[in-house]
Design a protein around this ligand. Structure first.
Ligand code: SF4
Ligand code: SF4
Length: 380
């Protein structure tokens, strides 16, 4: 496994990393074994944005005997309230949630203390002035976090973070669909000379990558596979399927990018990502897929990230969206999907259309509208 220097943090992180958000859906020992398997393959960086105790315990137990071999991205501002994820800057919740993370991860420190998920100017303004940022700086000054990072999906906010000088790295969502300039009739021309320059990529995102390189701010990547959507021509915004290796290569060839944090359910999926290290140039070639793909819009598609929670009606929006997407790809709703859907605590028909989730969704998913369609499709 090759490592890359994560910008000014000087940490040498594995090119392929571990995004932890799927751990929670596995039995504890199975998830622990998965992390240990990843470690054996040379993976040494893991993201823990999740506030739930189960995910945090899994990571802590998995790395207990090798804490010094791992770099943990631990998020500040991701909290667990009444059994739900809540993103907040309210210090009454931020502090205990971070202390809980520290305790469960173990070792007494977090390598990369991540300012959790700022996507709006308003959140940026309030987070960067006052007790929240004072707390982050205090954690860094006292060595509890070794470096300050930030997660965001918004290139404009990411550039502001890079310009501060004290935010040393960012976790940013990158894949060919997110990067692509939304409007163009000529994809072939748009992606000509794609590797050599950033032509074809949204200018704001391209300038972010250049700025990161210039300011020595490393990027770790989330959503590199667009929630698995890019593996299937039917769900890919390009109308063409990519392999994990191609998408990893896409991410790793953006300026400033140091590691692609993939989500894994099985050792085989880890193998498929780690196969990047020994892949040929042909196997890595994503550009030919893009160049021959029909162009589709991607905005409005759910990546199952969970950032829209909490729902006042306790709907697990990401899971409902996932079952809806799985169901509509088939001529009839498969029984297995229906059973999983019915097993959810609350189904789409519970939606009251408040649209609070839509304000929190970074991808502009019309959740309330989809809830209506989902309720119609499943009949509840
Ligand atoms: S619009 Fe529906 S799904 Fe979204 S938060 Fe409101 S009740 Fe929940
Ligand atoms: S609706 Fe938006 S925030 Fe919620 S899971 Fe889907 S992409 Fe994420």
């Amino acid at each position: 496994m090759k490592t890359r220097r994560l910008g000014k943090t000087e940490l040498m992180v594995s090119e392929i990393g571990f995004g932890g958000e799927w751990l929670e859906r596995h039995p504890e020992q199975e998830a622990i074994d998965l992390i240990r398997y990843a470690e054996k393959q040379g993976i040494n960086i893991i993201d823990c944005w999740m506030p739930d105790p189960k995910s945090r315990d899994i990571i802590g137990k998995a790395i207990a005997d090798s804490r010094d071999k791992w770099y943990v991205q631990g998020h500040i501002g991701s909290t667990w309230q009444d059994g739900q994820y809540v993103r907040t800057r309210d210090m009454r919740h931020v502090k205990p949630a971070f202390e809980d993370l520290l305790r469960r991860i173990g070792g007494g420190y977090i390598d990369l203390g991540m300012i959790h998920y700022i996507d709006t100017q308003e959140d940026w303004n309030s987070s960067m002035n006052g007790p929240f940022i004072d707390y982050v700086r205090h954690l860094r000054d006292t060595g509890v976090i070794r470096h300050i990072g930030m997660s965001t999906h918004n290139p404009r906010i990411a550039k502001m973070a890079v310009e501060t000088g004290f935010i040393e790295m960012i976790l940013f969502s990158i894949n060919p669909a997110f990067d692509m300039k939304p409007a163009s009739d000529d994809l072939t021309a748009m992606f000509a000379d794609y590797d050599a320059s950033l032509s074809g990529i949204d200018p704001e995102r391209a300038s972010l990558y250049r700025l990161c390189e210039e300011k020595d701010v490393g990027i770790t990547v989330m959503k590199g596979f667009f929630g698995g959507r890019l593996f299937d021509a039917a769900t890919s915004p390009f109308g063409a399927a990519f392999t994990p290796v191609q998408l990893i290569h896409y991410g790793l060839t953006r300026p400033g990018v140091c590691s692609i944090l993939c989500g894994y359910d099985t050792p085989a999926q880890i193998d498929a990502a780690v196969a990047y290290e020994t892949a040929t140039d042909d196997e890595r070639d994503y550009a030919s897929v893009i160049a021959h793909a029909p162009l589709h819009a991607y905005r409005g598609q759910c990546t199952y990230c969970g950032h829209c929670a909490p729902c006042p009606m306790e709907i697990d929006i990401a899971m409902v969206n996932k079952f809806y997407d799985l169901a509509v790809q088939q001529p009839a709703v498969p029984d297995s999907v229906r059973q999983h859907y019915l097993a959810l605590g609350a189904t789409a028909s519970a939606c009251i259309g408040c649209q609070g989730c839509e304000e929190r969704c970074p991808f502009g998913v019309p959740v309330a509208e989809r809830m209506v369609k989902t309720a119609e499709l499943f009949g509840c």
